[in-house]
Structure formats: structure tokens, C-alpha cells
Ligand binder design. Structure first.
Ligand code: 2IP
Ligand code: CA
Length: 376
């Protein structure tokens, strides 16, 4: 398990490099922010370089994990499909090839012959990342990779990634929007039960070096498997006077009824808003909010698997809101990751359809459920 975690940390760093390069290298950045007009609108690949960036990141992760753990290949799932159509109407499957040159040649066919952009992207894909320092040695779990599956969200909060607003993060404070909300999420689940057992969250834009102007990332990880519960983020210390009402982070598009019920529980000061499903769960992991509540089925397995594993490692979790409202907080309604929704189609098969609550402390989950019961 330590080997798998080490690999995921390294590959998440490679993915973060690709995300940074797409914003830092002018020819790639130009494609990323390009607004399509007129004839270009009909060229599928050109409309959406951001989707290509997403696909490339997902394929880098799939390729590197598959190379070291071939038994996992058929169980690596992601948000994106790797099939593209270029300007000539040809269908191209984007994969990482054996050499940088071969990858560049393949990417050029999707980029309608833009050799500069293709070469820059291929270089980032094939470059080894800086060593990632994490004390993962001695993590012994009696399970083998053939028992796991993986969910990848190559870039969560894509809109924040494209918009690119730079925020200086303040220690201990939630910052609602900006580049830091864009996250690479890699979650590992147990094939038999669907429980999330390992998660890596890479935040490619955590801090900008004032002298060089280049961005530095930050990695968060956790393992929650049987008795092994380890997280790179320390557990918050329990307050000696007990806890007051919870602070809750929401999507700005949350339903009015949910906002009102939670405002009466928490007080308006303790209700916060932030972008990105992954970033909101990361806020709970870091103790910047006590819970994240979402009343709609607008997140997917790839959004929640990785951060859910970190929360479990800290003693918390992510529950299905609809099921918990129905059966009470004691019901076993933790989200699972191995089964699609039977009647649904396309991406909806993997939606967290009942909404969710991410929490660290189960007493706060109980008060949130109490406040929302009968209100939604
Ligand atoms: C999105 C992204 C959005 C979020 C949505 C996710 O993923 O995280 O920000 O909406 O739920 O599916 P909101 O910010 O309102 O919570 P992606 O960017 O990968 O599409
Ligand atoms: Ca997402």
C-alpha cells in the first residue's frame, strides 16, 4: 500500500506540473483561454483545449499507475473520455506513448498540427516530477492493488482554473474562489465494498513565489483502511469547552431553503461559500469549516472519492444527504464508489445523486441533519 501511495503522490505531482505548464507557457495558455467565435466554433477540439488538458492529466495518471500496477488498469476511472475529434473530423484517442516525441506527434493530430503546443505538453507529460517528500514508509495494510479501483478528477473546479484569479491564502482561513480551488483528485476505493481507502489531493496553485513568479503546489493525502488511519493533515484539537454550532460551507448555487435552515442553525457568520466540490471537502479536512452540505446530486464519484478517504482517516466521512434525512444519522449512508446507479445514463450513473454532507465530527452531522429534516 505504501508503494501505491508513493506512486500516486508522484503522479499527482506530474499532473499538477501539466496543469501549471498549461497556464505558464504562452502558446498553451492562449489555447486555454481562447474564446471561440465564428467557424472555429464548429471544431470540437478547438472549442475545448481545457478538456484536452483534463484528458492529458487523466491519461498521465492512468498510464503511470497501469505501468506499475497492471492489475489495476481496468479499474482506473475518470471524469473524461479520451476520444477526441480533430478539425478534419478524425477521431483520435489520446494516450501517453512510449517516448516524448511519439506523444507530441499524437497530440499534434488533436491540436490540428500545432507542433509548439504539442511539444510543450508532451515535455510536461514525460518529465519526472521533483521528489515528493512524505513519510509513507511503514504503512502496512494487508491488501493488494488487485483489490482496489481508482477515481480520477484531473482538474476539479475547472472554471476557477480557467479564470485564474490569484489569491494569497491566509493561514486558517477559507478563501472562496481563485486558482487555489483547482485540485487534482486521485481516490482509491475497495472493489468489494466501495469504501474509499486512500486519497491524494494535489493543489497545483497553493503559493506563488514572489521572486520567481512561479507557483508551488501542496499535497494532502490520507489512508483509511481497517485499523490504519493516517492523514497528512493533523486532526483538529478538541475544544475544552465543547463545540458550538457548526460552521458550514456551501456552493453559491445552493437552494434557498437549505441556506435558510442552516443559517438558523449556525448563525449567518458561520455559513460560508466556496467554489469546487473538492475544495469544499478540503476545507472540512483542514478544519476551515466543520461541514460541507450539498442538497443536490451535482457531484460525482470522481469529485468526492479522494477527499472522502482523507476525512475517513480523520474520523469523519461523507454521507448521502437524502438517505441520511430519511433514515437518520445513525444509518450507514456513507457514500460508496464501486457501483453505478442502475437506471441512470452517462455521467449520471456516477452521480452522488442524493446530495451529501462531508463532516469531521458526527455530533455536528447530527445537528445539521436535525436542522434540515423536513426543510428541503
Ligand atoms: C465541478 C466543480 C464545481 C462544482 C461541481 C463539480 O467539477 O467542482 O465547482 O460546483 O459540483 O462537479 P460548485 O463550485 O458549485 O460546488 P469540474 O470543475 O471538474 O467540472
Ligand atoms: Ca470535478
Amino acid at each position: 500500500m505504501a508503494d501505491l501511495l508513493k506512486l500516486l503522490l508522484r503522479v499527482s505531482e506530474k499532473a499538477a506540473n501539466v496543469a501549471r505548464v498549461c497556464r505558464q507557457e504562452a502558446p498553451l495558455f492562449a489555447l486555454l483561454v481562447q474564446e471561440k467565435t465564428g467557424d472555429d466554433k464548429n471544431k470540437k477540439f478547438m472549442q475545448d483545449f481545457k478538456t484536452l488538458a483534463d484528458v492529458v492529466i487523466q491519461e498521465v495518471i492512468r498510464h503511470d499507475v497501469g505501468a506499475q500496477f497492471p492489475e489495476m488498469v481496468d479499474f482506473i476511472h475518470g471524469e473524461e473520455s479520451n476520444k477526441f475529434e480533430n478539425g478534419l473530423g478524425e477521431s483520435v484517442t489520446v494516450t501517453v506513448r512510449a517516448t516524448e516525441q511519439e506523444t507530441a506527434t499524437l497530440l499534434a493530430t488533436v491540436l490540428d498540427g500545432d507542433l509548439t503546443a504539442a511539444a510543450l505538453l508532451a515535455r510536461a507529460i514525460h518529465q519526472d516530477p521533483a521528489t515528493v517528500d512524505a513519510s509513507t514508509d511503514g504503512l502496512a495494510v494487508p491488501l493488494s492493488p488487485s483489490q482496489f479501483g481508482i477515481w480520477i478528477d484531473p482538474i476539479d473546479a475547472t472554471s476557477q482554473y480557467i479564470e485564474g484569479r490569484e489569491e494569497v491564502l491566509e493561514e486558517g482561513r477559507l478563501s472562496p474562489s481563485g486558482l487555489h480551488c483547482a485540485l487534482v483528485l486521485i481516490g482509491v476505493y475497495l472493489r468489494s465494498t466501495g469504501a474509499p481507502v486512500m486519497g491524494v489531493i494535489n493543489q497545483p496553485f497553493n503559493r506563488k513565489d514572489p521572486t520567481s513568479g512561479s507557483w508551488q503546489g501542496k499535497i494532502f493525502w490520507g489512508v483509511a483502511c481497517g485499523d490504519v488511519k493516517v492523514c497528512s493533515v493533523p486532526r483538529p484539537r478538541a475544544s475544552p469547552t465543547g463545540r458550538g454550532p457548526p460552521s458550514v460551507v456551501l456552493s453559491s448555487s445552493e437552494k434557498q431553503a437549505a441556506k435558510e435552515s442552516l443559517a438558523s442553525l449556525c448563525g449567518p457568520q458561520r455559513l460560508m461559500y466556496a467554489s469546487g466540490a473538492g475544495y469544499k471537502i478540503l476545507c472540512v479536512i483542514q478544519g476551515l469549516a466543520d461541514a460541507y452540505v450539498l442538497s443536490e446530486g451535482s457531484t460525482f464519484k470522481w469529485d468526492s472519492c479522494a477527499p472522502h478517504a482523507l476525512l475517513r482517516a480523520l474520523g469523519g466521512g461523507v454521507v448521502d444527504l437524502a438517505r441520511t434525512l430519511e433514515s437518520g444519522p445513525e444509518a450507514q449512508a456513507e457514500l460508496t464508489y464501486h457501483q453505478p446507479r442502475s437506471q441512470a445514463k452517462g455521467a449520471d450513473r456516477w452521480a452522488n445523486s442524493g446530495g451529501l454532507v462531508a463532516y469531521q465530527d458526527s455530533s455536528q452531522l447530527r445537528s445539521i441533519i436535525g436542522a434540515l429534516r423536513g426543510k428541503l
